[in-house]
Design a protein around this ligand. Structure first.
Ligand code: MOS
Length: 750
């Protein structure tokens, strides 16, 4: 624990600075600093943009007013085949339709460079990489005209056979190196340890393709001014998208401005630059006007990315006492050639001790729309398998599943025992949750509690997700009214970034929340880590902290204080018995950034949790209703318990979807995603969500940043699906290892 209000401010915290300009560098654990006062930080502050969003005033990319007069509308035509070639693409009829201004295809769009991280070409033709790959964009005076003309384009295709079935492709899939982390992938002698273990589990699980299903689809408005381009787009990572889009358009970064206004969710779909941004820019250049281009819901399935399906085999060998001696996790997934591989075994490498270990990863080539990161890539899928296997092992051992996890806890990286976890509260999360949830009332035997035609059961799973960092900058200015404005390219994708950034500046400068203004999401502002990998909250606020440290020093000096002794409180700067209003330093305007040195790699850094679920299974229909959910999380200092809780209950909801309903259905004959709207791709609605409770353990981590925070946005998802699967088993005695656990599958087995 860190000292709070008692410590003398200003004495040690800016020693973080390496001196001589450049960014603040975290190369030692955080010392006491003004954030520790927790006067604003750590409070359940309402979202600063809440009123804007609930009254419909928050602007999203497609609504950019700067392009309002004279913007034209684009609409994308996607390939109607999954693999093959376009033989003819005649756009003459469409071009002659009312309002049509231009039609771009691979024949006239010019070369398009590769985008970062993605492998599918933005515009297909003549070769088609996957179903739904954009093959034309029609630009017209109105959206309706663009859509109508798109329907008039009827390409002729030559279809070629493709690979669309992961289960069929898996046996021949080549091994993919780097199975979710650094080597070694194997340790000890797994084969003999498993063969001689008295109690074993050998089970195979599968997870289907998932859609991010965020509310706002990919959307961009693009406007050229000579050779300079501005895009308003819905993206999680501003600085990264500038590089990616500049590469695709083969233009200098300096000529490109990316503005990300409010974002209606992303979940990883918007880590990347998609066709909407590239094609809006090309179309706007072609017609010399602003162009707006938005995906349809169907295009968010087929022309974006999705979480790829996995097949996972887990083998556990244990002593009669429940100590793991052998642990293997092998995973198969598929993607376009050269594409991303879902590292489902990543969490297994770190969560439990076992001397003999084997991890392998196989990546099949599939001709489906591109797979990539979705909320907690690796862990989310991996924990859905591992944490069920642990439940199966507990049953075979006749040991309580919580006790089994406690017996196999490790405080060091099992592959690199010299590396400890900076913080690891998995056991505390499990114990706290057990107590709070009433775990003692669970029957260890399945099929034991009945209520009418419903079987009741409880399940538990561990939650685990890494803690990553990214360099983050911010500019902070003291305004004429004595408040401050923070500028950073950080995005708020619905997570609360703007709010915790304002809290950070308020805490550092001794101001109230309503005295802080936050401007986000513009590539003209200092680059932050962006919203991804649950690193945004800690990294971006640490960047604001760094800028505020610099601003405090500048303000103190300007107002005649010893910078090390000055306190900032209640809009005043004070030291001894002298105090001066901060407003007297109005106009001061500084920029700084934080970099994360080796100290963040000295330990393993991760976030932990435990999920508890109670379900009722209808014995006649196989319908599963979740009745209660509890998550206990340890994820550094919680900067705002209200926004953090929102992240966790959102992830628990997503986890319920992945356990019980979410599945992109692949037509394995034609390579088409059959369900591509929110009627056919089922996600939980309010009526599916029961009582949800979240408990945060107080766990500031000085190795993470001066904020001592970590991320929570992905942690909450990891393990939920397994906890539900385990509860279903406990209720009705059926172990369904093929997600989702839908009523049609379950009823067959009841
Ligand atoms: Mo996350 S899948 O890095 O948005």
């Amino acid at each position: 624990m860190v000292p709070h209000a008692a410590q003398k401010e200003g004495q040690s915290f800016d020693k973080l600075r390496t001196g001589g300009g450049g960014a603040m560098k975290l190369d030692a654990p955080a010392a006491a600093n003004p954030i520790d006062r927790m006067r604003v930080i750590g409070q359940p502050v309402d979202r600063v943009e809440g009123p804007l969003k609930t009254t419909g005033q928050a602007r999203y990319a497609y609504e950019a007013q700067e392009t309002a007069p004279g913007a034209a509308y684009g609409h994308i035509l996607g390939a109607a085949i999954a693999k093959g070639r376009i033989v003819t693409l005649d756009v003459a009829t469409a071009r002659a339709m009312p309002g049509v201004l231009a039609i771009l295809t691979s024949a006239n769009a010019g070369p398009i460079g590769p985008r970062m991280s993605l492998v599918a070409p933005v515009l297909g033709g003549p070769e088609i990489a996957h179903y739904g790959q954009p093959v034309a964009v029609v630009v017209a005076e109105t959206l309706e005209q663009a859509i109508a003309a798109t329907y008039a384009i009827k390409p002729e295709y030559a279809v070629e056979p493709g690979a669309f079935d992961l289960a069929a492709a898996a046996p021949d899939a080549p091994r993919h190196e780097k199975p979710g982390g650094a080597a070694p992938a194997t340790l000890g002698d797994f084969a003999s340890a498993f063969a001689t273990a008295p109690i074993t589990v050998d089970a195979t699980y599968s997870t289907p393709d998932h859609s991010h299903a965020m509310i706002e689809p990919q959307a961009t408005a693009a406007l050229w001014d000579g050779d300079a381009l501005t895009v308003w787009t819905s993206n999680q990572m501003v600085a990264w998208s500038v590089g990616s889009l500049a590469g695709a358009l083969d233009m200098p970064r300096e000529k490109l401005r990316v503005i990300v206004p409010w974002v209606g969710g992303g979940f990883g779909a918007k880590l990347f630059v998609h066709a909407d941004a590239v094609l809006a820019a090309l179309a706007a250049r072609a017609i010399g006007r602003a162009v707006k281009l938005c995906y349809t819901r169907a295009q968010t399935f087929s022309a974006s990315t999705h979480r790829p399906a996995t097949i996972q085999r887990i083998r556990l060998g244990a002593t009669h006492d429940g100590v793991l001696t052998a642990l293997a996790h092998e995973s198969w997934c598929g993607n376009l050639p050269g594409g991303f591989a879902e590292a489902a075994m990543a969490p297994t490498k770190l969560i439990y001790a076992a001397p003999h270990r084997l991890f392998a990863h196989y990546l099949a080539q599939l001709d489906l729309p591109e797979g990539h990161a979705m909320r907690a890539p690796g862990e989310a899928s991996g924990m859905m398998a591992l944490e069920v296997a642990m439940d199966e092992l507990a049953e075979r051992l006749d040991i309580d599943p919580i006790e089994l996890r406690i017996r196999n806890d490790t405080q060091v990286d099992p592959e690199h025992p010299e590396k400890r976890f900076s913080q690891r509260e998995l056991i505390a999360c499990l114990r706290t949750g057990a107590e709070h949830f009433g775990w003692a009332q669970r029957s260890p035997l399945p099929h034991a509690r009945r209520e009418g035609r419903h079987w009741l059961g409880m399940g538990v799973a561990a939650a685990f997700r890494g803690n990553l960092h990214g360099k983050s900058g911010a500019r902070v200015r003291i305004d004429g009214d004595g408040g401050v404005t923070v500028f950073t390219d950080m995005t708020d994708i619905g997570t609360g970034s703007a709010t915790i950034i304002a809290q950070t500046a308020a805490e550092m400068m001794g101001l109230e929340m309503d005295q802080v203004r936050v401007q986000l999401g513009d590539s003209r502002f200092p680059a932050a880590a962006g919203s991804g990998g649950q690193f945004g909250a800690n990294s971006a606020t640490a960047g604001v902290y760094a800028a505020c440290v610099l601003l405090r020093g500048a303000a103190a000096r300007q107002l005649g204080f010893n910078a090390d002794a000055a306190e900032f409180v209640g809009g005043m700067v004070r030291s001894g018995n002298r105090e001066v209003p901060l407003v007297q330093a109005a106009g001061l305007d500084v920029t700084d950034a934080i970099e994360f040195g080796d100290v963040v790699r000295k330990h393993v850094q991760a976030t932990f949790g435990a999920h508890f679920v109670e379900v009722a299974v209808d014995g006649d229909t196989g319908e599963v209703r979740v009745r209660r959910m509890l998550a206990v999380c340890a994820a550094g200092r919680i900067l705002n318990p209200k926004t953090a809780r929102g992240q966790i209950i959102g992830s628990m909801t997503m986890g319920l979807g992945s356990a019980l309903m979410e599945e992109i259905v692949v037509d394995t004959r034609h390579g088409v995603f059959l369900n591509h709207d929110l009627a056919g791709y089922e996600v939980p609605v309010h009526a599916d969500i029961p009582e949800q409770e979240v408990i945060f353990l107080d766990a500031p981590d000085p190795y993470s940043s001066p904020m001592q925070a970590k991320g929570v946005g992905e942690l909450g998802l990891c393990g939920v699906g397994a906890a539900i699967a385990n509860a279903v088993y406990n209720a009705c005695g059926v172990r369904l290892r093929d997600y989702p656990i839908s009523a049609d599958k379950l009823v067959e087995l009841l």
